[in-house]
Design a protein around this ligand. Sequence first.
Ligand SMILES: [Zn+2]
Length: 77
Amino acid sequence: MPTQVKSNYVGRAIDGTASVTTAYRAVIALECVECTGAIGPGHLFSRRSQPVARRMIGALTLAPVCLACRPLRMQDR
Ligand SMILES: [Zn+2]
């Protein structure tokens, strides 16, 4: 099954709650799981684990979260 690349790894970042997370850059347009807003190509975003019980019982997916919902500060310069 071919896998389409949807995002590129950017690096480690700190979110609004001072938690370390991983920043990604969107390759294609994605939808924020929090506000359903668009994350356009080239935009930074983070991901969070989300159960997808409706589709696959017990499975976890990493759902995109936009910067408006979860501000990121890049940790490495
Ligand atoms: Zn959002």
